[in-house]
Design a protein around this ligand. Structure first.
Ligand SMILES: [Mg+2]
Ligand SMILES: [Zn+2]
Length: 197
């Protein structure tokens, strides 16, 4: 008996990467999908990679909004992607915070990025080969998330990205494996890199 072949994924951060970084999205009206987001996900869908959203949403633990808000936002993402012929293969979020709010949301969980819990969950649900996968995000924590599981780290210049790259990255012991202007550029770079393998 042979195991089902494992697939590679492009794990995508939400705020600052798929959508504008606006602080806590505590109302649907604050959510702004980037104009290139649908094209980027559709491109992933037409490649061998799975498209998986991974996001920290500690606003729940902090009491800024209920977990339902996250589902409402992700429903909005799904509608926009559906309309553009694109889809996410998985959506994973961490609503926890180690010190803010009340249990059960106040906990030192294994899923708050850069801890790898969300990736492990996706790997088990979807059969993902993490070492062959990519994480795309706008903050150093997204890079650490990638490196923690042996994946490739891609930093975008949207959201906090440009500031982190210009002001903080020079002092980092390890630089992003790839730097992209935005998510669509990141996907294009990943796919062209893979083609050359
Ligand atoms: Mg982000
Ligand atoms: Zn968590």
């Amino acid at each position: 008996m042979t195991a089902a072949p494992r697939r590679k994924a492009i794990f995508i951060d939400r705020d600052g990467t798929l959508s504008e970084e606006v602080g806590y999205v505590n109302h649907l009206s604050r959510f702004r999908l980037f104009p290139f987001a649908v094209d980027a996900i559709r491109l992933v869908n037409r490649s061998p990679f799975l498209a998986v959203l991974v996001t920290n949403q500690a606003g729940v633990a902090r009491g800024y909004f209920a977990e339902e808000m996250i589902h409402a936002v992700h429903g909005e993402v799904k509608r926009a992607l559906d309309a553009g012929g694109a889809h996410l293969d998985g959506v994973y979020f961490c609503p926890h915070h180690p010190s803010a709010g009340e249990p059960p949301y106040r906990q030192d969980c294994e899923c708050r990025k850069p801890k790898p819990g969300l990736l492990h969950r996706a790997a088990s649900d979807l059969g993902v080969d993490l070492a062959g996968s990519y994480v795309v995000g706008d903050r150093r924590g997204d890079l650490e998330l990638a490196w923690g599981v042996g994946a490739t780290a891609v930093m975008v210049k949207t959201g906090y990205g440009r500031g982190e790259i210009e002001h903080l990255a020079p002092a980092w012991p390890r630089q992003p494996d790839l730097v992209a202007d935005h998510l669509l550029d990141a996907v294009v770079q990943i796919l062209s890199r893979e083609e050359k393998r």
